[in-house]
Design a protein around this ligand. Structure first.
Ligand code: CTP
Length: 393
């Protein structure tokens, strides 16, 4: 979503201005072109030189340095972010006061805009600031934060700028097409954990990264998303309905409870095929040889396939090697619309890495192979394919 987009990053006079360097850096890492506009006050906290070094572009501060800068810069921008945005700047933007380059640009800019406020909590709760934030929101401006926490002045309260990854995520969301609005997507992610006794368990190496990436991409595109996840170190994305589970049986119950309202289901979880048939209530003592009796868990996806109706059903096939035949068998036997095959024998794909190499197969045996990509990019491809099928149904 950020690739090849021109982003205008406005920085105003708050101590959080140092975090804007990281915002610029991360936007660039995601493929965006960033130009920075600073207010006079912000340059007391951080010098323009730092932004110039990070972005490779000249930082604009002076309204009178180059004629018509206040028009050119806003014309070429796909997104205008102001982070941090002080109470003073927010109030001025809402009233249309144009007394510096940044506020002039605001008046000439016509695209999506995102504001990340940063101020003392008393300023944030003042009725004047509240009114201006409300007015800006009503005119379509998006806000991210602020959050509660310790403030630069040493006090605690709501007014702290949100962390950089949230601002970058909000930027990606602001730039996303909203083509999944009205859809309810049920996504599963992560491993399941099957207890052997109170201290030991059986599980697998799934990190949840792929499923969480799909949830994030679907939310950006306007879908309602329910994410059912086994234990994972991933942060549930903002705005998701999140259900945490451990065992395959808990995942099964949660999936069937949420299934009715779903328009599509994407089973990215690595569900344990087996669980100990009789988990011990007390810790097992060690023996020279130990055997574990396992029972087969329900194949959740296969059961969903029997009652899918008009829903689009997407499964994953984790295979050691590019086993297209086995993926097609899973697609057919489980009555899926799409199956995403990933070769878990590769180091740069599959479990616990940020990239993946997938092959997507549909019911008509159309096989699409994709190169090594970030999981968030693959997430969008899966959603595109899912949407195509939903539109035809
Ligand atoms: N799946 C499921 N319930 C299970 C096992 C798997 O819903 N008990 C789902 C997975 O979420 C995935 C798909 O089925 O979307 C295929 O999972 P995979 O582990 O690749 O295949 P299995 O069907 O379990 O077969 P095998 O382990 O023999 O390869």
């Amino acid at each position: 979503m950020l690739r090849d987009r021109n982003i205008l990053l406005g920085v105003t006079g708050s101590i959080a201005a140092y975090k804007s360097v990281d915002i610029a850096r991360r936007l660039i890492e995601n493929g965006a072109y960033v130009k920075v506009v600073m207010t006079e006050a912000s340059s007391r906290f951080i010098t323009p030189y730092v932004f110039e070094a990070v972005t490779g572009n000249q930082v604009c501060t002076d309204l009178f340095k180059e004629p018509f800068n206040h028009i050119h810069l806003s014309k070429e921008a796909h997104l205008f972010i102001i982070a941090p945005a002080t109470a003073n700047t927010i109030n001025k933007l809402s009233c249309g006061i144009a007394d510096n380059l940044l506020s002039n640009l605001w008046l000439t800019y016509e695209g999506p805009a995102l504001i990340a406020p940063a101020m003392n909590y008393r300023m944030y709760r003042s009725p004047i600031v509240k009114k201006h934030i409300r007015d800006l929101k009503q005119s379509g401006v998006q806000f991210v934060g602020p959050v509660s926490g310790s403030l630069a002045c040493g006090e605690e309260g709501e007014g702290r700028m949100v962390e950089v990854p949230q601002i970058v995520e909000a930027a990606a969301k602001a730039l996303s097409k909203k083509d999944l609005t009205g859809q309810h997507i049920l996504i599963t992610a992560g491993p399941t954990v099957e207890p052997i006794d109170p201290v030991r368990y059986m599980s697998n190496r799934s990190s949840g990264k792929m499923g969480y990436a799909i949830a994030r991409a679907a939310l950006r595109r306007g879908a309602d998303v329910t994410l059912i996840s086994g234990p994972s170190s991933q942060e549930p994305p903002e705005g998701v309905s999140f259900i945490s589970v451990e065992r395959a049986s808990e995942m099964e119950a949660a999936v069937f409870k949420q299934f009715k309202k779903a328009t599509s289901v994407i089973m990215a979880a690595a569900v344990s095929d087996y669980s100990p048939s009789d988990p011990a209530r007390v810790k097992l003592r060690k023996k020279d040889v130990m055997s574990l009796k396992l029972k087969k868990n329900t194949d959740i996806l296969r059961e969903l396939g029997k009652k899918k109706g008009r829903r689009v059903l997407v499964g994953f096939a984790a295979e050691s090697g590019k086993d297209i035949k086995s993926a097609i068998t899973k697609l057919k036997e489980k009555n899926l619309d799409l199956i995403v095959l990933n070769d878990i024998s590769r180091k740069d794909a599959g479990f616990d890495v940020d990239t993946n190499v997938v092959t997507i197969i549909n019911r008509k045996d159309r096989i699409n192979e994709y190169p090594l990509m970030k999981k968030i990019e693959i997430a969008d491809i899966i959603l595109d394919r899912m949407r195509e099928i939903g539109a035809k149904a």
